[in-house]
Design a protein around this ligand. Sequence first.
Ligand code: NAD
Length: 304
Amino acid sequence: MTVRFDGRVAIVTGAGAGLGRSHALGLAARGAKVVVNDLGAARDGSGGSSDAARAVVKEIRDAGGHAIANGANVADAGQVQEMVNAAIAEYGHVDILVNNAGILRDKTFAKMSLEDFKLVMDVHLMGSVNCTHALWRHMVEREYGRIVFTTSASGLYGNFGQSNYGAAKTAMLGLMNVLHQEGHRKNIRVNMLAPTAATRMTEELLPPEVLPLLKPETITPGLLALVAEDAPAKMILGAGGGCFAETKVYETRGVALADDELTPEAVMANMARIRDAEGQAEMPGAFDQTNKYIQMAADLRGIS
Ligand code: NAD
């Protein structure tokens, strides 16, 4: 099966550098018309110039592809709407959205200002919300959409000094889960990419000898799979150095306690059983968990 994007239009945010640039080049090389968005900000979100986006557009056009540059700040819903309007005016429709733009403002939570917390939430979380919201009805009406949120192991698993970034990156998980329920019947598939790449965001954090292993180009095949015609849905794809793995959320089987056992002491005493991974399962949705608890509670009390 060859993955192609002929006739498809993609918006890639933060595509002037790093992973976004690699994704934009990868999409264009396989036939997509690409809106290369980048504010041209510094790593901490300061400053801005659309030169980076224009340079990527030139690379795509020089290789025979189609692309336009866009300098919208994804944290600004008005600018995002203008970007979407410009994309539709130029290409007629949008099929693929890669939410990738990002910044860092790392500090321990004790030292972090609320301003730095909010700014990171605004760019990563609200930036993704703004872009997705501006395209959602368009995708519902066209009954086609492929959307990726760029998450991070820093949120999925935790990383010292990144409370703002970790919170923003995992808030996207809830967003994906709900949008999956609202969009999959309209052929909108929403997924998450959790990359590990050598970019300006990470080059000071990683040992220099591993940087050549972790080129952004080793991630992009995974991104292209997540936005393909036959893409999966509601998947968290980890990617780095050409390795790919899935992150999943499971719930253990758990225990049901009788009315006369409903004490914190009984919960503590049952902790090993509550945490026992045997028989753990994914919950397709929130009500599957509710129904499971109703069933377990009813079974314990002999209620049918
Ligand atoms: P990068 O700094 O090289 O690229 C980020 C790009 O986003 C920059 O070109 C920047 O100008 C642009 N940008 C920043 N704020 C913007 C805004 N408000 N509007 C539009 N564009 C904006 O970093 P990268 O490593 O390529 O990161 C890409 C994405 O991958 C980010 O969301 C990042 O959090 C995520 N990520 C990266 C890694 C990694 O190992 N590099 C790990 C986990 C997640």
